[in-house]
Design a protein around this ligand. Structure first.
Ligand code: SAJ
Length: 406
């Protein structure tokens, strides 16, 4: 039996996928409400294909509990935030999960850490946790790091098809874990050592963060001299060895806006490009705020009450608001001046910010200027409704001459 610990954005789909492919799985989370919701037959977040997968897994016998199970294989997928000041990883959730598991694990059990961790975390924090509890590594307990790569919005497909990396101290254990993941994963699974696995995951997301920062910087250069950044990137990308990502209102989510800071925190004197890239991405919501004021002036819109931000989530067609550029923009706006920017997101049904709407038409009725912060399909399908409004399109989804861009 596999006990999956942490039933959030990564742990839950992973547990469901294993169960629906014949693996005996118990999902554990310390959040009583979350476990109750799952046991009542409901998923806890929206994701394409997740509800069907959930039904399959239930039929295959998955169960959910707040108790850690006595077994020989654990997959831990709990949050790994970073400390905003030191930029270093906060490994406390992973450490606590490992400590809880050690209390019930059978001799020779494998503990797989799926949570993204900075290179060296297993060495610095997890090995000592096992040793301090009186266990011998390599015989009583085996440690493995198997970072995930799935993208929110397409998780179910990517769980099935992405290549994976498994880091282990010994190849036999690595291959044993590979066999478990092979129950559903059709991609290539590379077995390597733990530190390499830790580093590859962080490097992959850092590569993307630096590329987006480059695109954001190009947008600023092009704005300064009135050039079309999208046309320039499109043409450059026709070069066989150039692949520039897209500028946007900022970088959110729990991966690309977080993981590169682990490297900056651990190697401050060696990470100039990464550090500066993260600063560029982090200041992008402020840059958008300035653009809003510029465009308001140009169009004689005197009051921010008549301006609306479309989208609260960190990216399109998901209900996840972690590190969202819109929330960052609202926070920085509050610091600078009193304003009442309106906000709407079709994926957020609860009230999370002031002046939030839950109906697109109501939202549009109360504004003269709309800022497309997130390119949800909904707005792409309702472009006729924003005719006549001043539009700041942060994602270049509207192909009309009088639309403003960042
Ligand atoms: N963004 C841009 N410009 C782009 C692409 C993205 O500004 O050209 C912004 C998005 O709007 C969003 C942020 O970057 O705010 C991150 O979005 P994303 O779609 O690049 O990535 P995530 O955070 O949803 O998921 C990533 C995935 N990485 C990719 O390389 C696409 C996924 O594979 C990882 O597994 C996941 O992080 C993770 O868990 O680490």
């Amino acid at each position: 039996m596999v006990n999956v610990i942490g039933l959030g954005y990564i742990g839950l789909p992973t547990a469901l996928m294993l169960a629906s492919h014949g693996v005996d799985v118990v999902g554990t989370d310390y959040n009583i409400e979350l476990v109750k919701t799952l046991n009542e037959g409901h998923t806890t977040f929206k994701e394409k294909g997740l509800d069907d997968l959930f039904q399959d897994a239930l039929q295959s016998g998955i169960t959910f509990s707040t108790d850690y199970q006595a077994t020989d294989m654990y997959i831990i997928s709990v949050p790994t935030p970073y400390d905003k000041f030191s930029k270093k990883i906060d490994a406390s959730y992973v450490i606590k999960a490992v400590e809880s598991v050690l209390k019930v694990a059978t001799k020779g059990a494998i503990i797989v850490i799926e949570s993204t961790v900075s290179p060296g975390t297993m060495e610095k924090f997890i090995r000592p946790t096992v040793l301090n509890a009186g266990y011998e590594l390599g015989s009583d307990i085996h440690l493995v790091h198997a970072p995930e790569r799935i993208i929110p919005g397409n998780m179910v497909y990517e769980l099935l098809h992405n290549n994976r990396t498994i880091g282990a101290d010994d190849e036999f254990i690595g291959n044993k874990v590979k066999n478990i993941y092979s129950s559903f994963c059709q991609g290539e699974i590379t077995v390597t050592d733990i530190k390499t696995a830790e580093m590859t995951k962080v490097v992959e997301n850092t590569f993307r963060a630096v590329n987006i920062a480059f695109a954001n910087e190009l947008a600023r250069i092009c704005r300064h001299d009135n050039m079309d950044v999208y046309e320039i990137i499109k043409i450059c990308n026709m070069h066989p060895r150039v692949n520039i990502l897209q500028p946007g209102p900022g970088v959110g989510g729990h991966c690309i806006s977080v993981d590169p800071w682990f490297l900056v925190g651990d190697y401050p004197s060696l990470t100039n490009v990464i550090n500066q890239s993260m600063k560029t991405n982090d200041t992008q919501p402020d840059y958008v705020l300035n653009r809003i004021y510029e465009i308001m002036n140009e169009n004689d819109i005197k009051d921010t009450k008549r301006v609306g931000l479309y989208g609260l989530t960190y990216k399109e067609n998901v209900d996840d608001m972690r590190e969202s550029p819109t929330l960052q923009l609202l926070e920085s706006q509050h610091k600078h001046l009193a304003s009442e920017l309106k906000v709407y997101d079709p994926f957020i049904s609860s009230d999370v910010v002031e002046y939030q709407y839950h109906d697109l038409d109501e939202f549009l009725k109360d504004i003269d200027m709309i800022v497309i912060m997130v390119k949800h399909d909904e707005i792409k399908q309702n472009l006729d409704k924003i005719k006549g409004k001043v539009v700041l399109d942060c994602h270049n989804i509207i192909n009309l001459p009088d639309v403003y861009h960042i």
